[in-house]
Design a protein around this ligand. Structure first.
Ligand SMILES: [Cu+2]
Length: 165
């Protein structure tokens, strides 16, 4: 009987440790990026593999803006329209727009060949996106807003995302 209680208590100690392990989870980081006509501020993000990133996008401009992250700009009739490579390829970040969960971002991206993007309404519109940084993201990426026929991008609405292992 004594052995039984000893084993039982070991089991509970194990559970306590396992529980603590789960509670730790991935490192969580939060950043706020302000969108204006025509810039991202800050315009550089440094992320690490394994981090759970929450990005708050605040559009304080008078125009609607979007965020895409990728490499190599695609041209559509000579204007910048998106990226060839998508940093979010293969993952589906969770997106909240104005405090509500939405899938709208995935329905409005045909000009960029299926690239993930988030569009944020003008005049204090807000969007929050959450994702876990993967190995496949290691390297340097560009941020961009390609609205109004690529003119935001051309006017400097760009930035960098640097992902380290
Ligand atoms: Cu824009």
């Amino acid at each position: 009987m004594r052995t039984f209680y000893f084993t039982l208590s070991l089991f509970f100690i194990f559970l306590a440790f396992a529980g603590a392990g789960c509670a730790t989870g991935p490192e969580q980081v939060e950043y706020t990026i302000e969108m204006t006509d025509f810039a991202f501020t800050p315009n550089t993000l440094e992320l690490k593999v394994g981090q759970e990133v929450t990005l708050h996008l605040k559009n304080v401009g008078a125009l609607k803006h979007e965020l895409m992250v990728g490499r190599e700009v695609t041209l559509d009739n000579g204007v910048a329209a998106g990226f060839v490579e998508d940093m979010f390829a293969g993952i589906e970040p969770s997106v909240m727009i104005g405090g509500e969960h939405t899938d709208e971002h995935s329905a409005s991206h045909d000009h960029a060949g299926g690239q993930f993007m988030v569009t944020v309404p003008e005049n204090s519109g807000e969007a929050t996106l959450t994702f876990v940084v993967t190995e496949a993201m290691v390297g340097e990426w560009d941020m961009g807003c390609f609205l109004d026929g690529g003119s935001h991008f051309q006017q400097g609405m760009t930035g960098k995302v640097i992902v380290t292992p």
